[in-house]
Each structure stands twice: as C-alpha cells, then as structure tokens.
Design a binder for this molecule. Structure first.
Ligand SMILES: NC(=O)c1ccc[n+]([C@@H]2O[C@H](COP(=O)([O-])OP(=O)(O)OC[C@H]3O[C@@H](n4cnc5c(N)ncnc54)[C@H](O)[C@@H]3O)[C@@H](O)[C@H]2O)c1
Length: 338
C-alpha cells in the first residue's frame, strides 16, 4: 500500500516508518524536522520525504495514497501550553484540513493519533470510549475537537479512525525522556535517584511506542466495517500503572537508586485508568508486544550501551520542550490554515 505518514521523524513515527517498510509498503513521510539533530540512533528513511509544515500540505501531496497516518503534532501538554494558538492551528485545524484533503484526494482511510489524555481528570477509574471527557490542556482539547470535526467527514468512501493512545514509553531511535517511564529510568541512571514529580499515586495507561506504531498498521489492515469512524483506546487492560509502580520497576533494574518525591507538580490532576475492551473487540488479533517490565529492560540495556549520562538527562536532545522553546520561530512563520 501507499502510506502517507506525518510526524515520521518523531518518537513513534521512527518506529512506524520502519515497520511499514519492513511490511513492504511504500511510505511518504512529512515532517517539519522540529527535532533535527536529536536522533539517538539512525532513522529508517521513507521512500519519499517532504520536509514541510503539515499546515502547508496540498492536495497533490496526499493524492495517490491509500492511507494517511497523521502523527505530526505539538505532542505533549507542556509544549502545547507554549503557544496555545499554534497548538490549535497544528493539532486541530491542520488535522481537520488534512482529513478534508485526504477525502478530496480519494484516500480511503485516515488514522489520527489521539490520546487518552482526553479523559483528563477522570471522575472514575476504568474509562471507556463512551465515558465523559475532561481534557485539561490545550493539547488534550485539540485532540478531542479534531475527533468531533473529522467524524463529520466519514462516509462510504472515507474511513477516519481515532487512536486514543496511552502514554508512550520505551526505546525509539528518536528517544524522548520527557515521558514518565523514560524519565524515571533516566534520572535513576544519571543521579542514582528516581525523581517522582507527583505524589506517585496518579494512574496512567502505558504503552511501548513501538506498540502504538504496530496499532497504526493493524488499523490500516483492519476491515473497514470494524473500525469505521471509531475512537478506540490503544493500550492494554493490564498496562495501567500508578507512577509508584513505575518507580518499583526502576528499582528492580537499578536497586541502588533512591526514590525522591520532588513534589514539583503537587497533586497531579491528570489521573486516568483506561479500559481497552473495544480495541480487543475490533482488532482481536492485535496483541501488545511489550509489558512495562519488558520495555523497561530493553530501554535500560540501550541506555547503558549508549552510556546515558547526566548531560543527556539535563540537555535538550531528549526533552522536546527544551528544543522546541528555541525553535518556536519555525512554527509561527510557516503555513497558514485556509
Ligand atoms: N508519545 C506519547 O506518549 C503519545 C501518547 C498519545 C498520543 N501521542 C500522539 O502521537 C503523535 C506522535 O507523538 P510522538 O511522541 O512521536 O511525538 P514527537 O514530538 O516525537 O513527534 C512529532 C513529530 O511531528 C513533527 N511536527 C510537529 N509539528 C509539525 C508541523 N506543523 N508540520 C510537520 N511536522 C510537524 C515534529 O517535527 C516531530 O518529528 C502525536 O500526535 C502525539 O500527540 C503521543
């Protein structure tokens, strides 16, 4: 198949291009290269690469593809707060516009990279897709507002699907340590301290970044009638963890590390445990390749091999917010949404 992947140079996109190429698909990647120079390991190149703002995409860019996988975004809560207008213009307006372009170009499937953060301050645990949403940030709002608008485009020739992904962790050639699991492992290796910013009690559904990429491929391959216009939580029922469980796993790998509660974020209002029954129902053959323990073993080995250091932990290479702060000009001047 001909697949159009946006955000292909990102933490998840790096795995996705590799998986698609290994499965024999032809891949066009579109990425603005916001994190150029941050690669940890070499990235698999797509067949065609557009170094371009998704807000400036045109019909001709998208035409001729069978599926759009849309991952490009200002991709977490703190980055989304740097400039909310930019966040909404990229994450929501450009995502809706890209869906319209895809439909107009006759692309049959549009897979949107959403997030379980739309559940925000969950009023109850074990949230399913139909439960009330409580987005707390511009990032989470942009994801849900996109779902609402793109769903209006669904028809017999256009199938959008909204992957509400769990919080990612684990090894990627484009490593990030601004995610809770990777961050705690990185702090233990760098300082001998597992620095927990909350009180350790918030629940999070966790998923290996490669399993998110595998889910995209599975949703592309799924029969249309199974997935048409569905929002689906992506993760595993047994992969909901409290932050203190993650700390226990770090201790298992680095027994000398001490647990420190820094209290930086006080009582974290983002608390959600999520159900994945719908995913199991619509994609019965899709199984996660990783548990948290397996993914942490792998990342720990990789960090040791790469001699992950205090300088790595404190520098901009693996923390998107630090890099983006110095590159915001690339976003305010490029592309306007029609
Ligand atoms: N990592 C997670 O925990 C997680 C969880 C749920 C959902 N998601 C979503 O999955 C997607 C990918 O996440 P990620 O962790 O790989 O993010 P990432 O930040 O590592 O990658 C995003 C990529 O998009 C590109 N990009 C950003 N704005 C762009 C623009 N205007 N035009 C073109 N390219 C642009 C960046 O250069 C980057 O390479 C995002 O939509 C994110 O919101 C991620």
């Amino acid at each position: 198949m001909n697949v159009f992947v946006t955000g292909h140079q990102g933490y998840i996109g790096a795995h996705l291009v590799d998986l698609l190429k290994k499965a024999g698909h032809r891949v066009t990647g579109c990425d603005l290269g916001l994190f150029d120079g941050c690669q940890w390991e070499p990235l698999t190149r797509p067949d065609k690469e557009l170094i371009k703002d998704v807000r400036a995409l045109e019909l001709a860019d998208v035409a001729g593809h069978d599926c759009v996988m849309h991952l490009a975004a200002i991709s977490n809560d703190p980055m989304g707060e740097l400039d909310q207008n930019i966040t909404f213009s990229i994450n929501r307006d450009a995502s809706i516009r890209l869906a319209k372009l895809a439909k107009q170009a006759g692309v049959g499937r549009y897979l949107f990279s959403g997030s379980c953060s739309v559940y925000g301050a969950g009023k109850k645990l074990d949230l399913a897709e139909e439960d009330p949403l409580a987005p707390l940030t511009a990032y989470a709002k942009s994801k849900i507002e996109t779902e609402v608008e793109v769903s209006k485009l669904a028809d017999k020739s256009f199938t959008p699907v909204y992957l509400r992904n769990s919080t990612a962790y684990g090894h990627s050639p484009m490593l990030r340590i601004d995610l809770v699991v990777n961050n705690l492992l990185g702090s233990a290796l760098s300082y001998g301290e597992i620095r927990i910013q909350s009180d350790g009690t918030p629940w999070r559904p966790l998923i290996h970044c490669k399993d998110i990429a595998r889910a995209f491929v599975a949703f592309m391959d799924a029969p249309k009638e199974k997935v048409h216009n569905l929002a689906v939580n992506v993760g595993g029922n047994s992969e909901n963890y409290q932050v203190k469980d993650v700390a226990d796993n770090v201790k298992r790998l680095i027994p000398t590390a001490k647990v420190a509660f820094t209290g930086e974020v006080g009582a974290d209002p983002r608390n959600y445990r999520v159900k994945f029954d719908l995913l199991n129902q619509v994609l019965p053959n899709f199984k996660l390749e990783y548990t948290l323990a397996k993914g942490m073993d792998e990342l720990h080995r990789k960090m040791v091999d790469h001699k992950f250091s205090k300088a790595d932990f404190e520098g901009p290479q693996f923390v998107r917010l630090r890099t983006l702060k110095t590159r915001m000009d690339r976003l305010s001047t490029t592309g306007t949404v029609a």
